[in-house]
Design a binder for this molecule. Structure first.
Ligand SMILES: [Zn+2]
Length: 461
């Protein structure tokens, strides 16, 4: 646990492990004299009191007006900011279930109270969700896919948590099999052709299941027109030729392609794709952190920024090459020996990725926040805040980033009735911040308390 000695945030004490927090388990709380940022994009409202009872928000109003029930545990939080619990739409867990609680702890400590596992290894999908729901493990509320579905034969790196299919009949059968196992989502992967993607979406929707795709053979436009609900990874690992303003992208030099990609926001093809995504109500989850790490990781200079020192030891020891600086060497779309490509990735490509994501936001696409935790360098919890910072670098206003992190996540998961904003009647998933994040989203990592379902699950004090 040595790495725990050097965090940016002080280690939190989990309520379950600390007798002093017994009061935190009481059924009712009053958060007094806080500034509320409700997650809908509205600015902060100062001097408010939030009442919590039996896991839900039961009252919100000016602190000098609202009456605090005598039974409530009072938290005097003058000067603090309260935002909805964060939603991470892309978290994987290793099969080794002894690592799960440490990962869940980190997610809660950094304010993640709801997550989507879009592609689950054995023991890390429906089984893990069940362990959280039963109270055996303390963790964010979870929605999960089953094994990812790809064209057979599956990639060797995905052995054990990927299912290969070759025909429409097979993919429909696999979707039905996963529905019977109790999954919440279907995950489609990058070597599936358009006809199989369309068949899977049709079958899933007949069963009432939404579909998330990491596309490749099938473009985002094709998947959107087939009715896919969520697309992940803007840039890295996805077919981006459809937004590049080149007559024949495959004939371009590496330099030409990267520059054309960075210029995509000035052309009509990105505009057309965004219109297709909007018309089909697709949620886009860009996963900027892993895009940044994948493209730029060759020399390891980003390691300090990703704070891998904060990852649970058990996760790191389980992960292959977690500490390796050579991410680019393991991704065939990049030439690990090319200094020119490394330079283009950091100075041309990644700024292009950010500009494209800002355009999605400007065009009203529902953008949600996901991290791809479970992969190297994606430090559970911490990387969520790194991700939020990258949206600010892209030029998206902090209050809108907060909306992406909360309201949009709940919208994408069909959970808006319960979570995603601060409103009377919703589950009391709340994050108390030391400072105002409305002018700098990086202040959202200065977390003082986390409430999950009206329980204090993480606190500094
Ligand atoms: Zn993933």
């Amino acid at each position: 646990m040595g790495r725990w000695l050097f965090p940016i945030l002080s280690p939190y004490m989990l309520a379950a492990a600390c007798a002093m927090n017994a009061a935190g388990q009481s059924a009712s709380h009053a958060l007094v004299d806080v500034s509320i940022i409700d997650g809908t994009g509205s600015p902060a409202v100062d001097h408010q009191t939030i009442l919590i009872s039996d896991g839900r928000i039961t009252g919100i109003g000016p602190s000098n007006v609202i009456e605090v029930p005598a039974a409530a545990t009072v938290h005097d939080l003058a000067g603090r900011y309260v935002v909805p619990g964060f939603i991470d739409l892309h978290v994987h867990f290793p099969s080794d279930s002894t690592v799960h609680q440490a990962m869940l702890d980190r997610l809660l400590e950094y304010g993640v109270t709801t997550l989507l596992n879009p592609g689950a290894r054995p023991n890390a999908g429906v089984a893990l969700r069940t362990r959280i729901e039963s109270g055996e493990l303390l963790g964010p509320r979870m929605r999960t896919a089953g094994p990812i579905i790809d064209n057979a034969p599956v990639e060797s790196g995905l052995a054990g948590w990927s299912v290969g299919v070759t025909s429409e009949a097979e993919i429909r059968r696999e979707v039905r099999r996963q529905a019977d196992l109790g999954v919440d989502w279907i995950k489609l992967y990058r070597r599936l052709p358009p006809d199989l993607v369309a068949a899977a979406i049709d079958e899933a929707h007949q069963l009432g299941l939404p579909v998330v795709g990491h596309m490749g053979e099938t473009t985002w436009g094709q998947a959107a027109r087939a009715g896919i609900d969520m697309l992940v990874h803007s840039g890295w690992g996805t077919p981006m030729d459809e937004v590049v303003n080149l007559k024949d992208p495959s004939a371009a030099t590496v330099r030409e392609w990267y520059h054309a990609y960075a210029d995509a926001t000035n052309g009509t093809r990105l505009q057309q794709l965004a219109e297709t995504l909007g018309a089909n109500q697709v949620t886009v989850v860009p996963t900027l952190s892993i895009t940044q790490a994948s493209g730029l990781g060759a020399d390891g200079t980003l390691l300090p920024e990703f704070r891998v020192d904060l990852a649970p030891d058990t996760l790191v020891s389980d992960a292959v090459d977690w500490w390796s600086p050579g991410w680019r060497e393991r991704h065939p779309q990049y030439d690990p020996d090319s200094d020119e490509e490394a330079e283009l990735l950091s100075t041309v490509y990644f700024p292009g990725v950010l500009a494209i994501v800002r355009r999605y936001y400007e065009m009203g696409i529902v953008v949600g926040v996901g991290t791809d935790v479970g992969n190297s360098w994606m430090t559970p919890g911490f990387v969520y805040h790194h991700e939020l910072g990258l949206y600010q670098d892209a030029g998206i206003p902090p209050l809108q980033i907060l909306k992406m992190a909360t309201y949009n996540g709940a919208l994408a998961l069909g959970m808006l009735a319960d979570v995603g904003s601060i409103a009377v009647g919703k589950r009391a998933d709340l994050v108390v911040l030391a400072q105002d994040p409305s002018s700098d989203i990086r202040r959202a990592r200065e977390i003082e308390m986390v409430f999950l379902d009206g329980r204090v699950v993480g606190t500094k004090r």
